[in-house]
Design a protein around this ligand. Sequence first.
Ligand code: NDP
Length: 289
Amino acid sequence: MPDAPRPVYGIIGYPVAQSLSPAMHNAAFKELGVDAIYKLFPLKEEDLDGFFGELHDPSSPIGGLNVTTPYKEKAVSYLDSMTPLTQRILAVNTIVITRERRLVGYNTDAPGFLSHLVDLGFNTRDKKIAVLGAGGSARAILGVLCMIPERPESIKIYNRSRERLNALVSDLATRMDTGIIEPAMSIDDLDIPGADLLINTTSVGLRGDDPCLIDEGLLHPSLLVYDLIYNPAETEFLKMARRRGARAANGLGMLYYQGVLALQHWVNIQLDDRIKRVMRQALEEGLHS
Ligand code: NDP
């Protein structure tokens, strides 16, 4: 009998070149002694049907995927089943492909984000939160913030496309209590001077020469400024935050926590502290190399 092909995992998105997930997962596979490889899959929208179609082929070596910008919402339509959290959020960032070649969707971004907030010592209860962006990652963050017991006082959210923002808020409202969400007509309506936490969930900042969406003067020392982007490690948004005396965090911690959960789903074991350390270290090294 021919040898089974080496299992392949990877991340789909566009762009994906900046992703540190290969460094994190390949280091973990090596440490676990798992003969598998994690790759980048840069896919254009027109390639998605073909790519997902081939995943059902019994000869496909792909055992699991991460999904990043801009496909976290779109990828839901290719799933055979999903966890209750994913069902409520309707954005997927981790896919497990079973032996029967069924695609099972998980959202590990949402718990990953919350775990990083805990590390940062930020409790969301009764806080005023401002969010930039209404894409797949905003969906996960907004959804989970509406569901947790540590309920924020308010979540004001602004997006370039009003249509997409309104669609997101009205869709989430069909599956959870979104009473704390206030769609903002403009950045001024976010009331950043009165906020405790400001989160950038847009992809603006991925390129080093990207402008910043907000005026520096709105930032203040009692604000935690969180950018989901982790590569570059310090976007213009975070540089501005530091200049204004605000606490600033990039999304590396979120990436780490969501990655630990994703890997646990793929290999079906609880990772011990040694493997987690290796993953964290691979991320730090990848970012500074
Ligand atoms: P999506 O493609 O789903 O959404 C992109 C968002 O960015 C939309 O709100 C879009 O607005 C906005 N946007 C894009 N370009 C502009 C622009 N020029 N001006 C204003 N707004 C703009 O992406 P995701 O939500 O999946 O991901 C967003 C970012 O978060 C990515 O950089 C991704 O790498 C990062 N991320 C990091 C994670 C981590 O673990 N640290 C986890 C998840 C995401 P519009 O609707 O108007 O187009």
